[in-house]
Design a protein around this ligand. Structure first.
Ligand SMILES: [Zn+2]
Length: 123
């Protein structure tokens, strides 16, 4: 495992199960858990979630073709799942093994996509 020291930005190698690191260069101690857990994956996932449930806020205003909503929802689902995988990868890289929220959101959007697709096949 590698991480940058927040004090002097030197790169430190440390054992996988370490949680508190002391920088050999400047003596700064810092916690590894959640450090550098990049939020970019979550930003993408939340954008995808908005897209997935787009009809909740577009439907009252724009009465459009249902296929547009279905299409946007499926695109949103892919974007959400991609973002969640990115978040899990980023967390794994910094040794953060807490993926419960990612898993929960993945189940929600995947279940939603299933409902959308079965609705699409009925109509
Ligand atoms: Zn340092």
């Amino acid at each position: 495992m590698l991480s940058d020291c927040p004090g002097c930005n030197v790169q430190i190698r440390f054992p996988h199960d370490a949680s508190i690191i002391r920088c050999p260069e400047c003596g700064e101690t810092f916690s590894i858990k959640g450090l550098h857990a990049n939020p970019r994956g979550w930003r993408i996932a939340l954008f995808g979630t908005l897209l997935t449930f787009n009809y909740y806020f577009t439907f009252p205003f724009i009465y459009s073709d249902i296929l547009v909503f279905v299409f946007l929802s499926l695109v949103g689902t892919s974007v959400t799942l991609g973002g969640l995988m990115m978040s899990v990868n980023d967390k794994r890289r910094v040794g953060n093994g807490f993926y419960l929220l990612e898993a929960a959101l993945a189940v929600v959007v995947a279940g939603h996509a299933y409902v959308i697709m079965s609705m699409g096949s009925i109509s």
